[in-house]
Design a binder for this molecule. Structure first.
Ligand code: PRP
Length: 289
């Protein structure tokens, strides 16, 4: 760790532009780390804690974290994997999920990656791509680019591309199709291996974790006849066990448990089918497990 690293505030690198910029700022805000960005400055001091937010290119965040210019960084796991430098993975942020895929033109006869031996493949992920091809014994010429990979077959410089796919609309617009999935990634928080203030970094991670978990869970509350409680608890086991409270009517009780947000509708239907009533789903804004 450099002397400079020891003396300065803890630094968090966040994407300065692109789709991750806004969601990262929002996440830090919700985690009680508010800051007001000044367009002219790349640094901003967080009002609540001794930390500094640094706005950087998403692609540069892995290397700048590994080099110690920043202590924590929000970036894509795809970029971390491509960077290949030693970093501590602290948290999956539950956003920006995408896959890296080997794609060819819709009307191409290629159906297997092995058909690409000796061909040209355009990508912004040369390291991941090279490793993946080598593992399969395929030797191809890589055309390394920093963007707009999706048009390279049309431009005539590649026979296939390795690109990120999120919604699939870029593939459709450029008449491409996936022949193999290389990896799945999401937005992550990474840390330098020698952070000066590890306790502060841990606090930040716990705060962000509270928001990430809160976003993927809901709180379900319902009333259930005592005789059906065991069945209901099997449907909503909660993390450790659900909270069960007595009601004025001794034949009924109230249950409270966290459930995965995406599963809430199905769970409510199952609870209703076993006799639950007054089933209420509430959003959670923050939590510590
Ligand atoms: C990324 C990626 C794909 C596209 C996939 O490009 O390289 O082209 O998003 O998203 P979709 O499946 O939702 O269409 P980005 O917009 O980041 O710009 P880039 O081409 O400069 O990399």
């Amino acid at each position: 760790m450099s002397d400079q690293q020891k003396e300065r505030l803890l630094r968090i690198g966040v994407p300065s532009k692109g789709r991750l910029a806004e969601v990262s700022s929002q996440l830090l805000n919700e985690a009680g780390l508010p800051f007001r960005r000044n367009e002219r400055s790349l640094f901003v001091r967080c009002r609540e804690m001794p930390i500094e937010v640094v706005f950087l290119r998403t692609e540069d965040i892995p290397v700048l974290t590994a080099e110690g210019a920043i202590d924590l960084g929000i970036t894509g796991a795809d970029l971390v994997a491509e960077c290949g430098m030693p970093l501590i993975h602290r948290l999956d942020l539950g956003i920006g999920s995408c896959r890296l895929a080997l794609c060819i033109a819709d009307d191409s006869a290629v159906s297997d990656p092995r058909h690409l031996a000796g061909k040209r493949i355009a990508t912004s992920f040369p390291r991941i791509t090279r490793r993946w091809l080598t593992d399969r014994g395929v030797e191809a010429h890589l055309v390394e680019l920093s963007g707009s990979v999706e048009i390279m077959i049309q431009l005539g410089v590649a026979d296939a591309v390795v690109d990120l796919v999120e919604t699939g609309s870029t593939l459709a617009a450029n008449r491409l199709r996936v022949i193999a999935e290389i990896g799945r990634y999401e937005t992550v928080l990474v840390q330098n291996e020698q952070v000066a203030d590890g306790a502060l970094a841990d606090r930040i991670v716990r705060r962000l974790e509270g928001i990430v978990i809160a976003r993927s869970y809901s709180l379900l509350e319902y009333n259930i006849p005592r005789g059906r409680l065991a069945e209901a608890e099997a449907v909503t086991p909660g993390f450790h066990s659900p909270t069960v409270s007595s009601l004025e009517d001794p034949n009924w009780c109230a249950v409270r448990a966290m459930v995965r947000r995406g599963e809430a509708h199905g769970i409510m239907e199952r609870l209703e089918a076993i006799g639950a009533s007054a089933i209420v789903e509430t959003s959670i804004s923050n939590c510590r497990l």
